[in-house]
Write a protein that binds this ligand. Structure first.
Ligand SMILES: [Mg+2]
Length: 290
């Protein structure tokens, strides 16, 4: 189960199954096309990584100018309405990234998952096996290798914080290496889920105790804070959490989101749920043009 949490709990296929909507199932296949096949998806990823590098370089210049920096990791006691950020002091600079669909594309697993019969249930057991055996069937997210290399060249550490299980930390390190990154060392620059909670705040706090985290990247909101959707909630209420004033200013200015239309809490909801405002609905019948 913990490894299912690693992926954000739901595949698009599972979300579609729960929604029981053929239209959503059709959209799920569009997610695969976009993330693993499209130029546009690749461009969005590069856009995010270009932003990470630009911001990190700006923070490095501020450090060199003697200006104080603050963490992009939320301080303990923060809320989304009233977030707080601790000062960095003289801690070395770092950028923190999620792994799956942030730095790594799980090409092999998603090929298998995309080909499952429509309506079949997502296999958590399959994902467990994928973590153990799929390390040579992954690819880097577009732009990730260049960003990691540029950050390291500037003396900015690259740290991975993933909800893949600690039992498979070595295999995860091998997957990261296979994709072209320097192989990370568990406990040093690779932090995994040791308790099956799927929560990252404790690991983020541990990283921030050592580093000045100037940027974070992820494809799920939990890659930035566990305060987002701590329990199942209405998708539009969840969507609104990104707009809390102090949080809204972070997107692209410390927190960088990678695209993932394939799985996760962002890929749920049937037509009525996604389009609740009946006043905004438009219909059209072919052959009955006015
Ligand atoms: Mg991810």
């Amino acid at each position: 189960m913990r490894s299912a949490i690693a992926r954000g709990l739901f595949s698009a296929s599972l979300g579609a199954l729960l929604a029981a909507s053929p239209a959503v199932a059709q959209d799920a296949s569009k997610g695969f096309q976009f993330l693993y096949g499209s130029a546009e998806g690749a461009a969005i990823s590069r856009q995010a990584f270009n932003g990470v590098v630009s911001l990190a370089m700006a923070r490095k210049a501020q450090r060199e100018a003697g200006l104080p920096l603050v963490q992009t990791v939320l301080a303990p006691g923060s809320t989304l309405e009233n977030p707080a950020f601790e000062g960095c002091g003289e801690k070395p600079l770092a950028a923190v990234f999620d792994v799956d669909e942030t730095m790594l594309l799980n090409v092999g697993f998603e090929y298998w998952d995309a080909g499952r019969p429509a309506g079949s249930t997502f296999s958590f057991k399959a994902w467990e096996n994928w973590e153990k055996t799929g390390f040579d069937k992954v690819a880097a997210v577009p732009g990730a290798l260049e960003a990691a290399a540029n950050l390291r060249a500037a003396g900015i550490a690259v740290i991975y914080n993933t909800n893949r299980t600690s039992a498979h930390a070595e295999e995860t390190a091998r997957a990261i290496e296979f994709a072209g990154f320097p192989k990370p060392v568990p406990g040093q620059d690779l932090f995994t889920d040791g308790d099956g909670s799927g929560h990252k705040d404790l690991r983020r706090a541990a990283i921030a105790s050592t580093y000045c985290v100037v940027a974070m990247g992820g494809d799920q909101l939990g890659d930035f804070s566990d305060l987002f959707s701590p329990k199942p909630m209405d998708i539009h209420a969840r969507r609104a959490t990104t707009a809390a004033p102090a949080i809204a200013a972070l997107w692209g200015q410390g927190w960088f989101v990678l695209p993932n239309p394939v799985y996760g809490k962002g890929v749920v909801g049937d037509l009525d749920t996604v389009f609740p405002d009946t006043a905004l609905r438009w219909t059209y019948s072919e052959g009955k043009e006015q």
